[in-house]
Design a protein around this ligand. Structure first.
Ligand code: NAP
Length: 235
């Protein structure tokens, strides 16, 4: 793993942060993003206690030019980019007749268009490294539910986007995978992670999953992965 460089979008907290921690401990060089400069600097300092091979970049995945600049900054610092994890996301849950235009647009811009922006900004670097692009979709990308219209639309979109991109890019040696987690203990949708979340998937579990994927022989491609809490009855 020594020289492999990973970029995780939206890693100032939650899943992205847990994945960054685990991958740094596993020997990767890790770049991560968030929208707020103070948060990015604070997290970069915290992660540098694990390894100095960490870089925080300020970017909003809704803004293509910022994603382009983020990737340029990563390439300047580390010289290569091997794995991109399109994780940044948000959730607003309301009945379809109550979702505002702004809420709909924010959700699609962040969760779906953001994943495309991250791909578009990094695809040439991934061609050069024969790398991996991993999107974090959700079980909400295959199961629809009440109050989920906008979130379901964004996450079904991420699954479709990632699977089609997988077919487009494998001939360049790029592996595209989408991970579809069930409930994860994080700050998602205003949650405050605590003991009550003990039954959920923990962010480091997703780090372990990604570390496992990256260790696999590249002749095999786990292109779509569902992962869920094994004991939701313990909630
Ligand atoms: N938690 C779950 O149960 C669950 C289940 C399935 C899938 N997911 C998916 O997992 C991903 C991560 O969510 P999470 O649970 O870790 O939530 P979280 O704890 O709220 O963390 C979200 C992260 O995304 C960043 N972010 C949000 N909007 C962004 C933007 N426009 N540009 C860049 N970064 C942005 C946030 O940083 P800043 O606010 O500092 O920018 C934060 O670091 C999301 O795509 C979510 O849909 C979550």
């Amino acid at each position: 793993m020594e020289n492999k460089v990973i970029y995780i979008t939206g890693a100032t907290k939650g899943i992205g942060f847990g994945v960054a921690e685990l991958l740094l401990k596993s020997g990767y060089k890790v770049a991560f993003s968030g929208r707020n400069e103070a948060d990015v600097n604070k997290v970069a300092l915290e992660l540098s206690r694990i390894s100095m091979d960490v870089l925080g970049v300020v970017s909003d995945v809704r803004d293509y030019e910022k994603e382009e600049l983020a990737v340029k900054t990563i390439l300047e610092k580390f010289g290569r980019l091997d794995v991109v994890i399109a994780n940044a996301g948000m959730g607003i849950f309301k009945p379809v007749d109550e979702i505002s235009l702004e809420e709909w647009n924010q959700m699609i811009a962040t969760n779906l268009t953001g994943a495309f922006h991250t791909m578009k900004a990094s695809v040439e670097a991934l061609k050069a490294s024969q790398g991996y692009y991993i999107s974090i979709s959700s079980l909400a990308g295959t199961n629809f539910f009440e109050n989920g219209a906008a979130y379901n639309a964004s996450k079904f979109g991420v699954v479709g986007f990632s699977q089609a991109a997988m077919l487009d890019l494998r001939k360049y040696g790029i592996s595209v995978c989408t991970i579809m987690p069930g409930s994860v203990s994080s700050h998602f949708a205003g949650n405050d992670p605590a003991q009550k979340d003990h039954w959920k998937i923990q962010p480091e579990d997703l780090g372990e999953l990604i570390h496992g994927i990256l260790k696999m022989n590249r002749r095999a491609l786990p292109s779509k992965i569902e992962i869920r809490p094994s004991r939701p009855d313990l909630k």
